[in-house]
Design a protein around this ligand. Structure first.
Ligand code: SF4
Ligand code: SF4
Ligand code: SF4
Ligand code: FES
Length: 472
């Protein structure tokens, strides 16, 4: 494809025709703020945060949607642009509960007075997303202190019926969750209803999440730029348990936490290790900590047997999360004879910790949301905590990962899987793309076409493979 030459903030750049201004800027290290835009999906261009000036254009352009043109001159950070973005933020925040923006300790609502380092230590804020919120970050960046508009003070009920909790008072209607639920997961649980300022985002017919089509995959949580949708938190109950004398608490720690912890901990200089996480969990009060990889190996050994039996009859679909199970049982029931259930690490851990280690209470420290859904829905463990909540708990209790406090996970004896199904049954990182991972696998004298799918959209396109693994 031919290249287009343009200038962004005085920098001459050349990008393929059809590129958006946002992508061109990003490829050249020029920052443009966004709220509604999601990589890999069609832009809505609805939030107006990404507006830029284009020479010759009568109005601001949305960088996430406008395509580059030959000779274009773009300015991303003029006073007028900044003023427009600030106005957008003021409008969004005037229809928002802003739980985090009235600091009782510092006694101010002024951004300049708030000290992010102090916020990390403080227990006072009400919002689960405080410190990790795109809207809050932008409000700070654009110094949105006083709101020149009447505050709406909405009091919509919070839906805590499921592990995926919705707080509509913090929703900015960016529709990222709607898109990811429909186009990536193919579940179509969330939708916008109403018009104009009365738009509401939620399940059809305003059903509670527990009664909706939701499969508990937490993809919506991952993309929500605010605290409007989040995974149920448990730190207070969990700390109560680990500090109760006579209650044996056992944790499962996952190395998959490490990249996520390092991402949300920008000030941390040394690399985080699994041993340091084990040390932190011991400091939090857990008497034993097992490695999630060991539990996964146990699950893989069991799944190998089930897969061997299935492949004697024909092709197989390996289902390894509760979210995937719900999706397949509901939307792909005609393939039920191919289903092979792979127990999750959390499920194996729950049984192992109680039977082999005599645990009274168990907690799973995983990196992704579906595990939390499974823990709370099936009761396979007592608590589940993601990287963000673990980070805040560690920081607030002085239990941060520390090279001086590093311990190996507790040793676990088990029959290891043979490994003949290779990566098909190994840990895989969550792939946010829309394409399944395809490969050939030879087991004995047979070669299978395999696909690993990370969402509903990938699954739809991969059903022709001999062995499909689904992680929804
Ligand atoms: S969603 Fe963000 S801006 Fe809103 S209260 Fe929570 S942290 Fe603050
Ligand atoms: S958890 Fe998954 S299925 Fe449920 S609403 Fe969110 S994206 Fe949709
Ligand atoms: S719940 Fe979050 S992702 Fe969904 S529309 Fe509201 S703010 Fe956007
Ligand atoms: S990110 Fe472009 S309009 Fe929202």
């Amino acid at each position: 494809m031919a290249n287009v030459n343009l200038t962004i903030d005085g920098k001459a750049i050349s990008v393929p025709a059809g590129t958006t201004i946002l992508a061109a800027a990003k490829a050249n290290d020029i920052y443009i703020p966004t709220l509604c835009f999601l990589e890999q999906l069609e832009p809505h261009a609805s939030c107006r945060m990404c507006v830029v000036e284009v020479e010759g254009a009568r109005t601001f352009q949305h960088a996430c949607a406008a395509k580059v043109r030959e000779g274009m001159v773009v300015r991303t950070n003029t006073e007028a642009v900044r003023k427009s973005r600030k106005l957008t933020l003021q409008l969004l925040l005037s229809d928002h509960s802003v739980d985090c923006h009235h600091c009782l300790r510092i006694g101010s609502t002024k951004c300049a007075d708030l000290d992010p380092k102090f916020c990390e230590w403080c227990f006072f804020c009400d919002c689960e997303r405080d410190g990790f919120c795109d809207l809050q970050n932008l409000a700070r960046e654009y110094e949105v202190d006083q709101l020149p508009f009447e505050q709406k003070h909405n009091q919509y009920p919070v839906d805590a019926s499921s592990v995926i909790v919705r707080n509509p008072n913090r929703c900015i209607k960016c529709k990222r969750c709607v898109d990811v639920c429909a186009k990536v997961q193919t579940v179509h649980n969330l939708a916008a209803s109403g018009r104009g300022s009365a738009v509401k985002i939620g399940p059809a017919f305003e059903k509670p999440m527990a009664e909706s089509r939701c499969i508990g995959c937490a993809r919506c949580v991952e993309v929500c730029p605010t605290g409007a949708i989040f995974v149920r938190e448990c730190k207070d109950e969990l700390l109560d348990v680990t500090h109760t004398y006579g209650v044996k608490s056992v944790a499962m720690a996952d190395a998959a936490l490490i990249p996520e912890l390092e991402r949300i901990w920008p000030r941390k200089k040394e690399a985080v290790t699994l041993e340091q996480i084990v040390g932190s969990l011991r400091k939090l009060g857990f008497q034993a900590v097992v490695n999630a990889d060991d539990m996964r190996a146990l699950a893989a050994a069991e799944t190998e047997k089930r897969l061997d039996a299935r492949l004697k009859k024909g092709s197989a679909i390996v289902i390894d999360s509760l979210a995937a199970k719900k999706l397949l049982e509901r939307d792909y029931a005609e393939y039920a004879d191919r289903f092979v259930f792979m127990p999750s690490a959390a499920a194996v851990f729950g049984i192992f910790a109680k039977d082999a280690l005599g645990a009274d209470k168990t907690a799973v420290f995983g990196a992704i949301g579906p595990e939390a859904s499974e823990v709370y829905e099936t009761g396979c463990a007592d608590f589940a905590m993601n990287a963000r909540e673990l980070y805040r708990t560690m920081v607030r209790t002085g239990a941060e990962p520390n090279p001086q406090r590093a311990f190996a996970p507790d040793a676990v004896e088990f029959d290891a899987p043979s490994g003949k199904y290779g990566k098909l049954l190994e840990r895989v990182d969550w792939n946010r793309g829309l394409e399944a991972e395809r490969f050939e696998l030879t087991v004995g004298r047979k070669t299978y076409q395999c696909a690993i799918c990370h969402n509903g959209a990938q699954l739809q396109a991969a059903l022709d493979a001999d062995i499909v693994r689904v992680i929804a």
